[in-house]
Design a protein around this ligand. Structure first.
Ligand code: GLU
Length: 295
């Protein structure tokens, strides 16, 4: 597909572990799409989750591995940990619009409730929050907030739909034009006590702020687009195009995971593999539907 405007893409790794071949494919795709359309490719470090991602050595190592592979990014490297004021402003806007509600359920309670949901004879229902706190009476909410009961702020997707209807979005790769039905999305948590903003909120705020108009990333995140499209709608943010690429798999067809030490760039370097060999392996894997023989 040829796009008639300069595109801005981004590679947005979460520094929760070492750079691995899956990251290389994501960075390579984002750079390739930018180059193909005379555009820019930005680098954003998604280090919002303090428990998982704040080790400065991990980020430093990632940047070094990217440089070793020969990747070039445009503009300043943005770190989400420095952007919390922007996420709070977006949350404030959603609050003022009456779209958020506090959820007092613990993760264990939510999981237990989901496990008790009736199952279809084949397969299990997609994990989602039941919406239990959406209809809590106002006096109970007030009392719990006053007592400082820990809570997350969730978005009421039914209200979102009343406000923006069912907007469309487009994947320029395989899935084409799609419609987002907010009421069939989970009422995702947008902030918690220990996390000033969730991935969903930060990603839409930053993509808009950085002028990203083509979001390129792995197909494991395809299912998040309806939530992102709904947030863009209520926050009146520009809507990017999307391109989701295949995920890498090992020779046995299993998805490469960052837990597989054999596919980290560190280990490839130690095994004497050159940057050109690593990039060529990722490129041919992408062309072959994801199967990667280098792991
Ligand atoms: N930070 C995410 C990851 O490392 C990618 C987010 C995105 O591309 O939207 O998987």
């Amino acid at each position: 597909m040829s796009l008639r405007f300069p595109v801005t893409t981004r590679f947005a790794p979460t520094p929760s572990g070492e750079l691995h071949l899956g990251h290389v494919l994501a960075a390579w795709e984002a750079r390739r799409l930018a180059d193909a359309h005379g555009g820019r490719c930005l680098l954003r470090i998604e280090d919002l989750d303090a428990n998982r991602t704040r080790d400065p050595l991990v980020v430093q190592q990632m940047l070094e591995d990217l440089a070793w592979l020969g990747f070039r990014f445009d503009g300043e490297v943005v770190r989400q940990s420095a952007r919390t004021a922007a996420y709070s402003a977006a949350l404030g806007k959603l609050h003022a619009m009456g779209l958020l509600y506090p959820c007092f359920c613990s993760r264990a309670e939510i999981r237990a409730e989901w496990e008790e949901m009736p199952r279809a004879p084949h397969g299990s229902p997609r994990f989602r929050y039941s919406g239990r706190c959406r209809e809590l009476p106002a006096d109970i909410v007030e009392e719990k907030l006053a007592r400082g009961v820990p809570h997350a702020w969730r978005i009421n997707m039914r209200r979102v739909q009343d406000l923006i209807g069912c907007p469309s979005w487009e994947d320029i790769g395989r899935s084409g034009l799609q419609r987002c039905v907010p009421s069939s999305c989970d009422d995702v948590a947008l902030a918690r006590k220990d996390a000033p903003a969730s991935y969903h909120l930060a990603v839409v705020v930053d993509d808009a702020w950085q002028g990203v108009n083509l979001v390129s990333r792995g197909e494991d995140l395809l299912g998040c687009v309806p939530v992102h499209r709904a947030l863009q709608g209520v926050l009146a943010l520009p809507v990017p195009l999307y391109a989701h690429h295949v995920l890498l798999r090992d020779a046995a067809g299993r998805r490469l995971s960052k837990r597989d030490q054999s596919c980290t760039i560190r280990s490839l370097r130690e095994r004497g593999i050159s940057p050109q060999q690593a990039l060529a392996a990722v490129r041919s894997a992408a062309e072959a539907g994801g199967k990667c023989l280098l792991s």
